[in-house]
Write a protein that binds this ligand. Sequence first.
Ligand SMILES: Nc1ncnc2c1ncn2[C@@H]1O[C@H](COP(=O)(O)OP(=O)(O)OP(=O)(O)O)[C@@H](O)[C@H]1O
Length: 713
Amino acid sequence: MFNKVCSLSQLKEENMKADLEASLPAGQEEFAIRCRDVCRSYGKLKVLSNLNLTVPQGHIYGLLGPSGCGKTTLLKCIVGTLKISRGRITVLGKPPAFPGHDVPGKMVGYMPQELALYNEFTISDTLTFFGRIHGLTSKETQARMDFLVDFLDLPQKQSLVRNLSGGQRRRVSLGAALLQNPELLILDEPTVGVDPVLRAKIWQHLVEIVKTGKVSVIITTHYIEEARQANVVGLMRNGHLLAEGPPDAVMKQHSATTLEHAFLQLCETSDQIDSKRGSSPQSGPLENSQSFESGRDESRPILGIGPGAAEEVPKYSADWKVRARHMLPKWRNIAALMIKTLVRMKRMPGSLCFQFLLPVIQISLICLCIGGDPKGIQVAVVNNETSPSAYSQSLLSFLDNASVHQVPLSHTDAFDGIYNGEYWGVIGFGKNFTSYLTKRMIQRQVSREVVDGGSVHVWLDLTSKMQKPSHGSLSFQCQLCRTAFVENKLGGMSYLVALPIKFEEPIYGSLNTDFTTFVTPGAVLSITFYLAVGLTALSFVLERKEGLLDRCWVAGVSSLETMLAHLFSQLFVISVQIILLLLFILLVFKMPNEGSLVLVIILIVLQGVTGISFGLVISAAIDDEQSANQAALGIFYPNLIISGIIWPVECIPYPLRYISLALPQTYASEALRCIMYRGWGLSRMMVWRGFAVTLGWNTFFLILATVILKLRT
Ligand SMILES: Nc1ncnc2c1ncn2[C@@H]1O[C@H](COP(=O)(O)OP(=O)(O)OP(=O)(O)O)[C@@H](O)[C@H]1O
């Protein structure tokens, strides 16, 4: 039975081959696309398995198959956005992405399954953008645009893509693929959501354009019957072709009246043979050895229209000049991408304002809310001395009463208050405080009772964040230290020693230097860095998800050009952010800047560029925006803390300190502090080290992003 099915299949194959050869125009030996033994997997999932497919020049090839059989994957391999694991693909004579070949480029028009359109663009912007990339003059673009708007029945050219219906967007996407009159059209389900009249019109147009013999089309569709208008159909299932031939021949072979029936029969036969082979002890898995058709090698389609298996593998070569030109970025593409970004920014003024103002808001909040002196701290005072001339009264009057609000209370109320969380501390004086303190000052040796009675007693709620003085901030405890004398104990005896410390004019900084001054340079760098990381990662991940990166790539835009264009347009945003940041920190918050403003600006810009490069790494490695956000957020806090931005690196325990020194912002923050507060220049190691580390990270991130992108295609 199995042999019978196979020999029948063989006979039909031969008949169909004769039919196809008869259908080909005389002298038709050119092929637009040729795939030989193509394999492609996603991880362990084998999607394409020894697939052979041939699209003759000047033909429409309808690629049909159930959902998930690998059609889109195959088209992506053909245009070169996905690398094949094995086999060979030639498109218009050379492998995709071969140096000097215009595939990807203007020779191919690609309409991906996703809409892959910029929502903020108008129809006109969309077609102009692709026209620029393909090097069309504005007159040519305009002429094609007028034709396409009319032909595809598109709304007004100035309509925004985001306001179009699903079907209208799909037609705009098709228009973008048809724009430059490419030699090869690769259309992934262009007729989904399109009404039958327009669908017929699109097919009619495809039939028209292939008549010249110069244009070839490969099209996938779920409407199997519409593919009867194709010159050749390929029926695909489980990653390989079940049949390939003219639609009539395929139907004739299976005595079917429709393509759909023919396809169903093919699937049934395939399943039958699969189960036979599965039950046969000699048979292996279908993917690995032979296909169901007459036990032949799977690499042979039912109807081969290309050369046989013995064909020679052509050698392709390009000289070094062509290779070098291929590697070099094209300014035309970079300019087109930059104009695209600027148009999008213009169309999203809210988002642009957010990008400009967010750093200023962040740094203002840091300057206003961090490092200031505490105000209105409630402290209970239990003073058992009643005389107005008592020392306790004088001491209490020395406290900064703007910061500490003294609440005179009885001993019981004060302690109840502190237990109830109403007061941050209790200051207590004994009833003989003045006399005991006098004794301690004039007598060389005093009893423990005198020491105790002549001391200020302080009970603190040490859960308070103000327990430790920090970088000159006037905490409650610090005030007490300033007011009190220093007590020394020597040989069991207590002495009161007043330490005569005089703070001279500092070498660098001022006596009023506070915590905010310490934090600000690092904060400026980290704000610039993280905004750049977030915006870059998000914009690239979204563009990739929406198929925009792939579409631009097929239009001939390289990854390097995409990265450079983003870098240049983001530099504009960073420049405005930095101008606003510096205006605020220098003029509004009066941070000192003793050094060169140019160096300050360059260092901040370079940190922004490092952020962009790191964003590129994230977007190259991660596919969805949620994971990209998590990655950006995940590194934000640890990096902020161990870069010595909030607290000096010298306080970090040793193993972590080594990590800290290797981070992009540790030396850079130090360098910025040295420039701004010490007035140092590039001749100082602490300054050039910050620049060198930043440049090093820049280079590393850019190379890493490029490598990841290369590995992932
Ligand atoms: N990026 C990816 N990672 C992992 N698996 C993928 C990826 N893209 C596609 N696949 C899987 O590969 C198989 C083929 O997908 P493909 O999109 O090529 O099918 P298709 O024939 O175009 O389907 P449809 O007609 O529904 O668009 C599917 O099982 C799909 O789940």
